[in-house]
Design a protein around this ligand. Structure first.
Ligand code: ZN
Length: 197
């Protein structure tokens, strides 16, 4: 489990920011882990703001909703840049579905962290073809802490890191269709791709 770093010490007054990334495949518990970290900050009366890309309209508009319906209020925004205005005065900024944001995401997170904000971003590290997803690689590079969470392979029960798409669509972004995906290990993911050809 991720243990928050101890900031400061006696006489420490400067607000220190940093970046945490929670990544993994679908069904790996990324959002649950994000919510766990954010709730603890909220209990400590820290000022928390949560953002998600406006295109993710699978569930209720204003909620970050994990698959276990452990919801937390969030603000849908169109551009990563919007976070600078809306989240600049927060102690903690949470980001869900970070993979769907534009390429400006890493730079925005760096600016927030530099100004003293703790940034926690959750997102898919790979798309359904097993390629790095959107702004995630850049974000992982500039983060202090990267946590890769794993799912369980539906086929063999091994550790799963891939989101295998059983539906036929070629779009990288296929929303609201968790039924069309399954978590798979490296071996079963490769087997699945082979069988599709
Ligand atoms: Zn497997």
């Amino acid at each position: 489990m991720f243990i928050e770093p101890r900031v400061g010490g006696a006489g420490h007054t400067v607000k220190r920011g940093w970046i945490e990334v929670i990544c993994g495949s679908m069904f790996s518990g990324k959002t649950e882990e994000l919510i766990r970290r954010l709730n603890r900050a909220k209990i400590a009366k820290q000022n928390v703001e949560i953002f998600k890309p406006a295109l993710d309209k699978r569930y209720h508009d204003e909620d970050v909703v994990s698959h276990n319906a452990n919801a937390i209020r969030s603000t849908p925004i169109d551009f990563a840049q919007d976070m600078l205005l809306l989240g600049g005065s927060c102690d903690v900024v949470g980001i869900d579905e970070a993979q769907f944001f534009d390429d400006g995401l890493a730079e925005v997170c760096v600016k927030l962290a530099n100004s003293g904000v703790r940034v926690i971003a959750a997102g898919l590290d790979m798309d359904y073809l097993g390629n790095p997803f959107g702004p995630m690689p850049a974000l992982m590079a500039v983060a202090e802490y990267v946590t890769k969470v794993h799912a369980i392979c539906v086929q063999c029960g091994d550790i799963a890191t891939y989101s295998y798409r059983s539906a036929a669509s070629e779009q990288q972004v296929l929303l609201g269709e968790t039924d069309s995906y399954e978590a798979r290990c490296r071996h079963c993911f490769q087997e699945g791709l082979k069988n599709k050809k």
